[in-house]
Design a protein around this ligand. Sequence first.
Ligand SMILES: [Zn+2]
Ligand SMILES: [Zn+2]
Length: 118
Amino acid sequence: MAIFPCDWNAHRYPGKQRSAYVISAYGEDLETTKLRLCEGHFHDFTQLVQEDMARVDEDSSVSGSCDICDKDKNFAVYVKLFDLAQEPDYYAADLCARCWQDLRVKLKVASGKAMAAR
Ligand SMILES: [Zn+2]
Ligand SMILES: [Zn+2]
């Protein structure tokens, strides 16, 4: 049983916990949030991430404009997904302030636990 409730809508569940980290960089400022998720909501979360973000691989490019609306980008956003006993998957997007706010809401970043900045 997972000790911590699922952050998606604060419910308890019997299975193992999955984790997702959402990291946003604005200039030198980093904000990291950890979400503890049950299996079902981890899969929902992964699907939402895949709608707006690209999986990071060897030749991922960095763009100067927002990946969603093409305005100037302000934020570099990363998501690290830890499924059980798997190597983490990394996703990234370059976003303008507005699209990052929308994505923040969609991914329920405010429900997660803010991690200390490093
Ligand atoms: Zn859940
Ligand atoms: Zn945008």
